[in-house]
Design a protein around this ligand. Structure first.
Ligand SMILES: C[S@@+](CC[C@H](N)C(=O)[O-])C[C@H]1O[C@@H](n2cnc3c(N)ncnc32)[C@H](O)[C@@H]1O
Length: 207
């Protein structure tokens, strides 16, 4: 991991992800989570205040070991106990059928082998489990897409691997998961290339 990713990016990430623009989206995404919960790309713990009151414990994973120190304040002030693993979501160290819920917010954009990570999510979910997600990605508008493709290489460098142009709906649907609920919309007050959101819920595809 380079110096930028280690020392500078965690501060930028914490600042950007604490935006009030994302609060409704976080609240909505987490409103129905229950049971044994895994959050991938835990980041700086931004979702902690938005879990329902009855959630007392979750498992969190994040590949960037330097992110965790930025999460400490939120972890201390939360009623939720987090079992934290500094690991890659492409290789989850949990047995099959471990979780009732998997959560991902603004993370699928930056996982390198996204197919592998989504397959892992499907593997660790229990048969009736649910995958709740809120992600930014590829816009359906040609003009916006054009700039998302153009700016993707530079964005990846500046944002430690974040892709602007992933079709989240197609990706989730291609990995043993079936989308049961999906809202697609532009986030307000955000440039369209960063702010096209896919918010929804998926389950294991029985076929
Ligand atoms: C944009 S941040 C979002 C953080 C948090 N989910 C939120 O909503 O504020 C993306 C996070 O995904 C993590 N990440 C990227 N690739 C990952 C991987 N392969 N496995 C686990 N975490 C990963 C990054 O370290 C970063 O903390």
């Amino acid at each position: 991991m380079g110096l930028y990713a280690k020392y500078i990016f965690p501060h930028i990430l914490d600042y950007v992800m604490s935006s009030s623009i994302l609060v409704d989206c976080r609240q909505d995404t987490l409103s129905e989570v229950k049971g044994d919960i895994l959050e991938i790309g835990f980041g700086t713990g931004m979702n902690l205040p938005y879990y329902p009151e009855n959630v007392r414990r979750i498992t969190g994973v994040d590949i960037n070991i330097n992110i965790h120190s930025k999460a400490e304040k939120r972890l201390k002030s939360s009623h939720i106990q987090v079992d934290y693993y500094p690991i890659n979501a492409e290789y989850l160290p949990f047995p099959d059928n471990t979780f009732d819920t998997v959560v991902s917010t603004f993370t699928l954009c930056s996982i390198k082998d996204i197919h592998r990570a989504l397959s892992e999510i499907a593997r660790v979910l229990r048969p009736n489990g649910r995958f709740f997600f809120a992600e930014h990605g590829l816009s359906p508008d040609y003009q916006v897409q054009k700039w998302q493709h153009r700016l993707n290489p530079i964005n990846k460098v500046l944002s430690c691997g974040c892709n602007l142009n992933r079709n989240i709906k197609e990706l989730i649907g291609s990995c043993n998961l079936k989308i049961l609920k999906l809202d697609q919309f532009y986030l307000g007050k955000t440039p369209k290339i960063f702010g096209y959101l896919y918010k929804g819920m998926a389950a294991i595809n029985p076929s």
